[in-house]
Design a protein around this ligand. Structure first.
Ligand SMILES: Cc1cc2nc3c(=O)[nH]c(=O)nc-3n(C[C@H](O)[C@H](O)[C@H](O)COP(=O)(O)OP(=O)(O)OC[C@H]3O[C@@H](n4cnc5c(N)ncnc54)[C@H](O)[C@@H]3O)c2cc1C
Length: 486
């Protein structure tokens, strides 16, 4: 068994881990990146099947302009290895109170037009001025005013404006349910408003050709090009602690030593599984155990005999699709409708090489709890609710299905983080961006053990899933570099 030494070890090549490892290697540190899967990208890896290539579930990036994917690709000199793509317009669909599915008018991703949006949402002319007033106030709110809302829930804030139900349904379904996967009455208002501003002012709906995994793979290549080591297919079994400080990791390939270990494995699996309990203070363990995951998505990938839409992505929603915590709890117990918002993505409509000639794959995602051990009945109840909506919005879809497969919270957990707390593991984002665990109360990137850091969606940044994880990678790389060089 080998025992090699490095300046820094990064566990996990998700977006946070791979960006952080690439940046530290570029700064000249001797980096070892260790990933349990054979491919990089974690929750947004790429896969190929029967001539189709895609991110395994619906992943929609925001913002578009000045996005973090490209900034780090450029910084690492690997922009030639991944190509981002922006579909011409969103294929979002509003289900009217009369049950009609109406597609959003064409608008380029970065030129959002509120007047067109209000017409589409059926907002009467006499209510449009107030709706515009609300909208402008939200997208121009100054950073210090946003900060004051840290700790307030988004539902209380948005309801105080008395906006029309359809505008509420649109903002909460498209933006909040989709960006954060947190019930609207638990979502932190500051986190939500900052991300909504970015999305409306800098565009939403960016993807990567060949799936998002190509971006994380490029970051891993930067580690290699800068003299670092990447071990794919290598699970970290234990983080080693000596005299109260981190000293390395243990894997089946051997022990790797370093004074700094950065974990992208999720704060709960890192604290509750990878480090022996004796090294933690009991209060910290209690705090970590009580952190809550975001909700999740499950859905189908429909492989179709012919194209049924020209949209690259979209969200299907109604006035009643937004999720409150009470409605989610009741739906989970089978006591309320499971019909919520449904996202869909059609990779071949932004990447012509993503499907065989003349074919199309459409994948869907609808809300569900993060539990990777949901019963079969529960899985099907959530999936059926989503399927009913996609078949309603695309009446031609069902007849064109050649095959279909399903992804669940179990698929997400298997591909990314271990389930260490009951009900957690299959979450989409990471920790929920809910009141009390984001903004000023987001977990610290530095753990109480000297030399052990967290990177990724759980710590260090705000925003939307993948880009938040990359921004965390940037922050942790800067912090660790300063510490080691200082
Ligand atoms: C269904 C779904 C839909 C989503 N939709 C969107 C979206 O529309 N837009 C968006 O921006 N984001 C979306 N996300 C969220 C986004 O993908 C994640 O928030 C982000 O990718 C998390 O990155 P991360 O770096 O925190 O960690 P992860 O992606 O969880 O990566 C962690 C990595 O660590 C590895 N690892 C874990 N344990 C070990 C170990 N013991 N040893 C070695 N390696 C280990 C894992 O294999 C993984 O590669 C979605 C996620 C899912 C699952």
């Amino acid at each position: 068994m080998s025992e090699e030494s490095f300046d820094v070890i990064v566990i996990g090549a998700g977006f946070g881990g791979s960006a952080c490892a690439g940046l530290l290697a570029k700064k000249g540190l001797n980096v070892c990146l260790v990933e349990k899967n054979k491919v990089a990208g974690g929750k947004a890896m790429s896969i190929s099947k029967n001539g189709h290539t895609y991110t395994p579930w619906v992943v929609i990036g925001a913002p578009v302009e000045d996005n973090a994917y490209q900034q780090v690709l450029d910084e690492l000199d690997v922009a030639d290895l991944a190509t981002l793509a922006v579909p011409e317009s969103s294929g979002s669909i509003y289900k009217t109170p009369e049950g009609k599915y109406v597609r959003m008018p064409a608008m380029p991703a970065s030129q959002f037009d509120p007047a067109l949006m209000f017409q589409w949402l059926g907002i009467p002319e006499e209510e449009q001025a107030d709706s515009l007033g609300f909208f402008v106030q939200m997208v121009t709110m100054a950073p210090d005013k946003i900060k004051e809302l840290d700790g307030t829930d988004f539902e209380s804030w948005i309801r105080s404006f008395g906006i029309p139900d359809s505008l509420y349904g649109f903002l909460v379904s498209l933006c909040c349910d989709g960006m954060f996967m947190v019930a609207v009455d638990k979502l932190d208002a500051a986190e939500a408003i900052e991300s909504l501003q970015k999305m409306f002012l800098r565009g939403g709906g960016i993807f990567a050709k060949g799936g998002y995994g190509t971006v994380a793979e490029a970051y891993c290549e930067a580690v290699r090009r800068n003299g670092g080591t990447v071990h794919m297919g290598t699970r970290t079994d234990k983080i080693l602690i000596e005299d109260g400080k981190v000293s390395g990791i243990q894997t089946k390939k051997g022990t790797f030593k370093a004074p700094v270990v950065i974990s992208n494995a999720g704060i709960q699996p890192t604290v509750l599984r990878l480090v022996d309990e004796e090294h933690w203070d009991a209060d910290y363990v209690k705090y970590v155990k009580e952190l809550e995951p975001s909700y999740s998505l499950l859905g189908y990938r429909y492989f179709l005999s012919k194209p049924i839409t020209d949209a690259g992505f979209g969200v299907i929603f109604s006035n009643t699709s937004p999720w409150t915590q009470e409605r989610l709890d009741l739906a989970h117990q089978g006591k309320a409708s499971r019909e919520g918002v449904v996202y869909y993505e059609v990779p071949v409509n932004y990447d012509p090489d993503a499907a065989p000639e003349g074919k199309q794959m459409i994948m869907t995602g609808s809300f569900c709890p993060a539990d990777p051990d949901m019963s079969k009945e529960d899985i099907h109840a959530w999936a059926d609710a989503g399927e009913k909506i996609i078949f309603g919005a695309f009446p031609d879809l069902e007849a064109c299905i050649e095959s279909k497969d399903m992804y669940t919270t179990k698929s997400v957990s298997n591909a990314t983080r271990d389930a260490t707390v009951p009900g957690a593991g299959g979450e989409t984002i990471g920790l929920a961006q809910k009141v009390g665990q984001c903004g000023s109360t987001k977990p610290d990137i530095a753990s109480p053990i000297e030399g052990l850091y967290f990177v990724g969606a759980d710590a260090g940044a705000c925003g939307v899933g993948t880009q938040m994880a990359i921004l965390s990678g940037v922050k942790v790389a800067d912090t660790v570099y300063e510490k080691l060089k200082g």
